[in-house]
Write a protein that binds this ligand. Structure first.
Ligand SMILES: Cc1ncc(COP(=O)(O)O)c(C=O)c1O
Length: 394
């Protein structure tokens, strides 16, 4: 079937974080919400049917992940990414962020160091700090407008004997890189050498644009599979974040046993009955929807790139290899952190994620969520243009 991603769906008063609760995070009442990473699109039809079936049955008792659900995940990873996993490697967790918290707490001792690569998805920082660990940054470097890893710096940081773990973001939010097998192998080589456990957050792994291919970290070699934990989920892929389900992939039985203890210690072991049904339907029947959504994101990303290059020479768009997030370099506007935030909100009327929250290297950038109809992106670009024209050009 053809999905109509151009349809503007009114999400106000539906309990949406993005649309109904932005007042908790932004001062302005009347802003276009393009911040938190969910999409303004309905889930694939088979997912809606599956949820309705559970809803209509009317008994919402405890559940477990079924063998059939695990088969659906295994099938999806093989079909979409050529990644062959065993069912027993899969572990339920309500979300990737909770998984990161529990992994950090379980696998480190207070005072250990955990490496991140900023600018990066900022809840990583809190997960490290809540776990009593020290954040160590291996900042990404910008080369010709795109981002690379700094392996010399990583080697130095990983060599510190208190450095026990790295949280890899692959593909990377917010900079939109899909790391190549070569880059991931080099990171893996360094981490193996210095016994730094790799926790690979691959939640954006299905959102690949313009022919880019995901290299699942654990698919590179047996050695790296045994030395890593992969956090994966259907929630970004199919816009199911409110259902809260993720798949933590742990090939190493010793690490898996520890993860299970962490889950049990936190009394989290059983999923939401709607989430399992929805995720299974998505993994079994969601390819068509996702393929169409990805083409739509490519169009939205191209629109932003082309519009900015023709009309907004003050801004630069980072080439997006994955995700529906645009990472805009606004440094040439010359606004300090607070002033840029105020400008976007009060002068442009846009609720965007401010770059500085993603850590060092994010200052002067904004992240714009393009998981919305094209007309909304067009309107947002016009808002940006009008404000820059009125307030920034003399
Ligand atoms: C890199 C990354 N990890 C994790 C999450 C959130 O995961 P969850 O909702 O499963 O906790 C997000 C959400 O945007 C994300 O971008």
């Amino acid at each position: 079937m053809n999905y109509d991603f151009d349809e503007v769906i009114d999400r106000k008063n539906t309990g949406s974080l993005k649309w109904d609760f932005y007042g908790r995070y932004f001062e302005e009442e009347d802003v276009m919400p393009m911040w938190v990473a969910d999409m303004d699109f309905r889930a694939p039809e088979p997912v809606i049917d599956a949820v309705q079936k559970v809803a209509r049955f009317g008994i919402y008792g405890y559940t477990e992940e079924t063998a059939s659900y695990h088969e659906a995940v295994v099938g999806w990873l093989k079909r979409r990414h050529g990644f062959v996993i065993e069912k027993r490697w899969l572990h339920y967790c309500p979300g990737v962020v909770p998984a990161l918290h529990w992994i950090i707490q379980r696998f480190n001792r207070p005072g250990d160091k955990v490496i991140v690569q900023t600018p990066v998805y900022y809840p990583f920082f809190e997960a490290v700090q809540t776990g009593g660990c020290h954040l160590v940054n291996n900042p990404l470097v910008q080369v010709d407008g795109t981002y690379r890893m700094d392996f010399a710096d990583l080697e130095e940081k990983a060599a510190d004997e208190r450095a026990k773990m790295i949280i890899l973001c692959s593909p990377h939010n917010p900079v939109g890189r899909v790391w190549s097998e070569h880059e991931l192998s080099e990171l893996g080589r360094i981490c193996l050498k210095h016994k730094v456990l790799v926790v690979s957050d691959e939640i954006h792994g299905d959102l690949l644009l313009n022919g880019h291919r995901l290299t699942p970290f654990a698919s590179i070699s047996e050695e790296l599979a045994m030395h890593s934990i992969t956090c994966y989920a259907p929630t970004k892929t199919f816009n199911l974040a409110g259902l809260q389900i993720s798949n933590i992939i742990i090939p190493n039985p010793a690490l898996a046993a520890e993860f299970k203890i962490a889950m049990e210690n936190n009394h989290v072991s059983r999923p939401n009955i709607f989430a399992v049904a929805a995720a299974e339907a998505a993994y079994r029947h969601g390819d068509e929807w996702l393929d169409q959504a990805l083409s739509y994101f490519e169009g939205n990303q191209a629109l932003v790139r082309d519009y900015v290059s023709s009309n907004l020479p003050e801004l630069k768009v980072t080439p997006a290899e994955a995700t529906y997030l645009a990472w805009l370099d606004c440094r040439a506007l010359g606004l300090e952190i607070g002033a840029l935030q105020e400008f976007m909100e009060k002068k442009c009327g846009l609720a965007l994620s401010q770059g500085y929250i993603f850590g060092a290297g994010g200052e002067g950038f904004v992240r714009m969520n393009l998981g919305c109809p094209r007309s909304v992106v067009e309107e947002a670009l016009k808002k940006l243009y009008r404000a820059i024209e009125s307030f920034c050009r003399s």
